[in-house]
Design a protein around this ligand. Structure first.
Ligand SMILES: Nc1c(NC[C@H](O)[C@H](O)[C@H](O)CO)[nH]c(=O)[nH]c1=O
Ligand SMILES: CC(=O)[C@@H](O)COP(=O)(O)O
Length: 164
């Protein structure tokens, strides 16, 4: 199913775990700030809607998506969080740089999930143009930041259940 057939902002609060005791880090890329701020707002507002206390959400910024894994690593190692949401927007330009940034951030986040017991959620848009990014950060296809926050709460709940 493509994003075009699924609204990224849809979730059923009644079926979601209680997130009132959960702590989250959010690392945000400064590239394409218009879009990443929309994703951040979607993620933050959804976490709070699901019961997370604002004091239990720590935000850090990094220059670009390529730095997201390292920024997430700093949060995982220095802040007592249950999960990190990594927010970035990579938009195709004239060269192959897009491919390398996308691969780097993707592989970096995969490696974090292999290394740490707290999950890092992949909230990175990899779009052909800014119109696609706008549509996925609060536009016609919803907000990937909302989707990422829902995934983060579900994964933290899974971690806590498995640790019992
Ligand atoms: N072109 C985009 C970038 N490029 C910057 C890299 O992410 C990185 O910060 C730089 O190569 C220095 O290491 N980053 C994005 O997040 N989005 C882009 O579209
Ligand atoms: C994803 C990128 O790094 C890209 O936006 C940079 O643009 P260009 O390929 O034209 O240098």
């Amino acid at each position: 199913m493509a994003t075009a057939n699924k609204n990224l902002s849809n979730y059923d609060k009644n079926t979601m775990p209680n997130a009132s005791q959960m702590r989250f880090g959010i690392v945000v890329s400064e590239w394409n700030e218009e879009i990443t701020e929309g994703l951040y707002n979607g993620a933050y507002e959804t976490l709070v809607d699901l019961g997370v206390l604002p004091d239990n959400i720590v935000r850090e910024n990094v220059p670009g998506s390529f730095e997201l894994p390292f920024g997430a690593k700093l949060i995982l190692e220095n802040d007592k969080v249950d999960a990190v949401i990594a927010i970035g927007v990579v938009i195709q330009g004239e060269t192959k740089h897009f491919d390398f940034v996308c691969h780097g951030v993707t592989q970096g986040i995969v490696e974090l999930n292999h290394h740490y017991s707290a999950p890092t959620i992949f909230c990175v848009l990899t779009d052909m143009n800014i119109e696609q990014s706008r549509a996925r950060s609060g536009g016609e296809h919803g907000n990937k930041g909302v989707e990422a926050a829902v995934a983060a709460v579900k994964m933290v709940d899974l971690c806590k259940r498995k640790a019992r």
